[in-house]
Design a protein around this ligand. Structure first.
Ligand SMILES: [Zn+2]
Length: 101
């Protein structure tokens, strides 16, 4: 806990367990802040980070043809929006050509 002249600030460390690599955030929260509202904001940010990481790993696996292993050509990209309990997530969505094998 930090004490500023007119406010009491708590320092929180929030960790998502059961995933690798470890994702955590350290926050400073005013004592009078609604912990529920703060938790929703934190979960929204952590969800964005986690989903971005999962999407990146998935897309890396899709870059090569699963049959012959050749690198697939890029034909464009757009952004997709996912609506979740914690808010909207915007993710890059590249389009890849099918392999000719
Ligand atoms: Zn192929």
């Amino acid at each position: 806990m930090l004490e500023l002249p007119n406010a009491v600030i708590y320092q929180l460390k929030i960790t998502l367990r059961g995933i690798s690599p470890l994702i955590w955030r350290r926050l400073l929260v005013r004592a009078e802040t609604s912990i529920l509202a703060e938790a929703k904001t934190v979960l929204e940010r952590m969800q964005q980070r986690l989903v971005e990481q999962q999407a990146t790993e998935y897309l890396q696996a899709q870059r090569r043809c699963p049959h012959c292993g050749n690198k697939r050509s890029h034909k464009g990209a757009h952004t997709i929006t996912l609506r979740t309990l914690f808010g909207k997530l915007r993710l890059k969505s590249p389009q890849l050509y099918h392999c000719q094998c």
